[in-house]
Design a protein around this ligand. Structure first.
Ligand code: DI6
Ligand code: FE
Length: 407
C-alpha cells in the first residue's frame, strides 16, 4: 500500500480530553493503512514514492462515525408522517399496530437482494459526507430468519461499499404480532434461539434492547443482557426515550458500551453512566422528527464527564435522516452542544460507543487511517452550515475512497 503525506493541513485530532485538538500548518503521514506520523508541516520530508496531498490549509478530520442506525429495512413510513401531522402521536401509531410493526411486515416480505438495494443509497448518503464507520442494527425482523437476513445485508453493505459496518442485534426492539400478550415468551425465543444463532454466524458485534413501555421492561432487558454476557458480546440500550424506566442505569451497571436517546434520563442515573464509562448517545434526529420537547440532561452529563456521542438513528419512523452533517447542526441547535462536542460525538466518542476507540475516531499515531478532508478551514463550519456538503476526499484504512480533485 503506497504511503501518503497530507501536508499544509489543519488537523482536528481529538487527541486531548476536550476541544478539537487543532493543529494548523500541520502534516500527517499514512503508511500501511495507519497514521504513521503527524506534526508541523515544516518538520516533514516526504520519502521517495510517497504521494503528497497539499491540503491548502483545509481541515482534515478522522473519518466520521455514525454509531446508531437502523438503515436496513423494507418500505417507508411516509403515511405515518402524514398521520402525525394530522395529530396522531408516535406511541399511538405504534399501539394501533403501525410504527415498528409496519416496517417489520415490509422487511419480512423483502428479499435479501431487495433489502440491500433499498439500504444502499441510505448508506451512500452517509459515505458522501465523510462517514467511514457506521453501525447498523437488526430489529425489523423479530424472527430468527429475518433478523439474520438483515444482519447479512448489513455485512454485505460494508463489504461492497468499502466501509466499516458494526452489526448490532436488536431482536428485542418490539413485540412481533405472533407473540401478542406473550412478551416473556418472545424474550425466551430471543435468548434461546435468535441471538445465539445470529452470533454463531458471526453476525453480531453488540446486543441492543429497546427498554420502553411500548417495547420491553427492564427485567426483560436483563434477560437479554444475561444472554449477551454468556455469548461474550457487549451490550447497548435504547433507553429513556419516551419515559424513565431506568433502562440506562441498568445497562450502564452491566458495563454497556452506550445508552442511547436519554431525553428522560434522571440526573441521579447520570452518575452510573460516568462510573461505568458508558457513552451517552444523543439522537437529535428523532427528537426533531417527533417534535419532542424534553431535553436530555446535558448539564448533568457534562458535569459528570460522561462521553457524549451523536448519531443519525436513521430509521423509517422516528428519524428518516441520512445526513450526519445535519445531525451535527441539530445537536448544536436543539441540544445546545458546542460544535467541538458535536464533532467529538461523531468521531472519537462515536467510536467509543462501538468499542472501537483504540482503533479509529481520532488522529493519533497507530490508528487506522480513516480520514476526511473538507473544503473548510474551521471545524465549526461542519456544524454551522446546512445543505452544502464540503467533503472533498475520504481515505479508508489508507486507501482512497474518494481522491481529492487537484485544484
Ligand atoms: N427508537 C427509535 O428511535 C427507533 N427505534 C427505537 O427503538 C425507531 C424505530 C421506528 O420507528 O421504526
Ligand atoms: Fe434507534
Amino acid at each position: 500500500m503506497p504511503s501518503t503525506l497530507f501536508t499544509n493541513a489543519t488537523l482536528a485530532c481529538f487527541d486531548a480530553a476536550d476541544g478539537y485538538g487543532l493543529r494548523a500548518q500541520a502534516a500527517l503521514r499514512v503508511d500501511e493503512g495507519r497514521i504513521a506520523w503527524l506534526g508541523a508541516a515544516s518538520d516533514c520530508e516526504p520519502a521517495g514514492g510517497t504521494e503528497v496531498v497539499d491540503c491548502g490549509g483545509r481541515l482534515l478530520t478522522p473519518g466520521l462515525v455514525d454509531c446508531h442506525t437502523h438503515l436496513v429495512y423494507g418500505g417507508d413510513r411516509a403515511d405515518e408522517f402524514e398521520q402525525r401531522l394530522e395529530g396522531a402521536s408516535y406511541a399511538e401509531i405504534a399501539a394501533a399496530g403501525g410504527g415498528i410493526r409496519a416496517t417489520v411486515a415490509a422487511t419480512r416480505r423483502a428479499s435479501e437482494e431487495e433489502l440491500f438495494a433499498q439500504a444502499r443509497p441510505r448508506v451512500q448518503a452517509l459515505l458522501a459526507e465523510g462517514v467511514t464507520t457506521l453501525e447498523i442494527k437488526s430489529g425489523y425482523g423479530l424472527d430468527c430468519e429475518t433478523e439474520i437476513k438483515m444482519l447479512r445485508v448489513a455485512a454485505r453493505l460494508g463489504d461492497e461499499l468499502g466501509v466499516r459496518v458494526q452489526k448490532t442485534f436488536l431482536g428485542a426492539h418490539a413485540l412481533p404480532p405472533e407473540f401478542d400478550g406473550r412478551a416473556d415468551a418472545y424474550i425466551d425465543r430471543v435468548c434461546d434461539d435468535m441471538l445465539p444463532r445470529a452470533a454463531a454466524e458471526g453476525l453480531v458485534d453488540a446486543v441492543d434492547v429497546f427498554v420502553e413501555s411500548i417495547a420491553f421492561s427492564p427485567a426483560q432487558a436483563e434477560r437479554v443482557f444475561d444472554c449477551a454476557a454468556r455469548l461474550g458480546l457487549p451490550i447497548k440500550a435504547h433507553a429513556e426515550q419516551l419515559s424513565d424506566l431506568g433502562g440506562a442505569a441498568l445497562a450502564a451497571a452491566r458495563g454497556a458500551l452506550s445508552v442511547d436517546h436519554l431525553e428522560y434520563l434522571s440526573e441521579t442515573d447520570v452518575a452510573l453512566l460516568a462510573a461505568n464509562g458508558t457513552v451517552a448517545v444523543l439522537l437529535p434526529g428523532a427528537f426533531y422528527v417527533l417534535r419532542e420537547t424534553r431535553l436530555p440532561p446535558l448539564e448533568a452529563l457534562r458535569a459528570h464527564g460522561v462521553p457524549l456521542a451523536l448519531a443519525s438513528d436513521g430509521n423509517p419512523g422516528s428519524s428518516p435522516l441520512h445526513s450526519l452533517l445535519l445531525i451535527l447542526n441539530l445537536g448544536c441547535t436543539l441540544f445546545r452542544l458546542t460544535p467541538a462536542e458535536a464533532l467529538r460525538g461523531v468521531t472519537l466518542n462515536g467510536a467509543k460507543a462501538l468499542g472501537l476507540e483504540d482503533e479509529i475516531g481520532s488522529l493519533e499515531v497507530g490508528k487506522q487511517a480513516d480520514l476526511a478532508l473538507w473544503d473548510v478551514d474551521r471545524p465549526a463550519m461542519l456544524a454551522y452550515r446546512v445543505g452544502i456538503n464540503p467533503c472533498r476526499a475520504v481515505m479508508q484504512g489508507g486507501a482512497w475512497r474518494r481522491r481529492p480533485e487537484t485544484s
